[in-house]
Design a protein around this ligand. Sequence first.
Ligand SMILES: NC(=O)c1ccc[n+]([C@@H]2O[C@H](COP(=O)([O-])OP(=O)(O)OC[C@H]3O[C@@H](n4cnc5c(N)ncnc54)[C@H](OP(=O)(O)O)[C@@H]3O)[C@@H](O)[C@H]2O)c1
Length: 301
Amino acid sequence: MVGRLAVVGVGAVGGFFAARAAAAGVDVQLCARRRFDDLVIRGPDGVFRAALPVWTNPEQAEPVDWVLLATKVHQNATALAWLTHLVGPDTVVVVAQNGVRQAERVAGVVPADRVLPTVVYINAEPVAPGVVEHRNYGFLHVPAGALADRFAEILPGAGLLRPVDDFAVTAWTKLTANTAANSLTALTGRRLEVLRRADVGRLALSIMREAVAVAHADGAAVPADLPEVTIGRLRNQPAGSGTSMLYDRLAGRPLEHEALIGAVVRIGAEHGVPTVVSAHILPLLAAISDAASPLPVAPTR
Ligand SMILES: NC(=O)c1ccc[n+]([C@@H]2O[C@H](COP(=O)([O-])OP(=O)(O)OC[C@H]3O[C@@H](n4cnc5c(N)ncnc54)[C@H](OP(=O)(O)O)[C@@H]3O)[C@@H](O)[C@H]2O)c1
């Protein structure tokens, strides 16, 4: 018996990994704000459809063996209400969210030795409650170790779980790319092709160099040429490629800026590393996010 998995936040990431676990025979419980009948993942390999149990109110929840937290980071304040009911004495919380220092986000609910942070790589988008358009790849980097070995029984599919020896480097590497790519696409309202402009490309490099300086001060030995390598990769993404922050802006949803470029500014301040460019970008994203007006969603039973 591998245990029961509750997925909090059934969007692109939560929906995809819930489907993979269910397909492997795991007992999966969905925790969502809105009720839906079937979880549907439409992907390059076909369509997954299953009627998994859905709770829509944290009061319904009971302790499980595993929790996959897959809300956007700025949604954690409400999502943590689920965790207070889902976490028992042995529960492990897997944080499937962008950024660094994931364990701090759930520190009030579960001790750090029962948190498995992840770095998520997937190209997917939620198109309706319970329905996800999966475009490309989908895997989680996790710190190698005992928790990763146990979680591999929940996500046994080939390549879904990829343990790494230096998780801090993996997390900061992705955060470095996100600080520039997400921020500049969301600010300009343009796809990643905007980074091909020489001036925007220079701005992206400045932002990423600050992220690398902060990563080094925080003990993550990312390569010094990471910004140059990353800008080359971002400029060569397939036409039309965007970022999750751009999609959130276009949909009028709040942005995840505080967990991305905001984290660089905050952690930089902790270490006395200047982040002048990032600190100027941050309030612009905050202002866009403030103006977002998502539809209010009340929990239903
Ligand atoms: N999507 C990608 O391609 C991708 C790639 C790499 C990393 N990531 C990262 O993965 C994390 C998850 O992103 P995502 O793209 O999966 O986000 P998403 O598609 O927006 O999904 C988040 C889900 O959480 C739900 N939610 C919010 N508050 C909740 C609450 N209190 N209780 C229950 N459900 C709640 C939302 O429900 P509503 O629909 O009701 O708002 C939504 O279904 C983020 O940190 C993101 O940056 C995403």
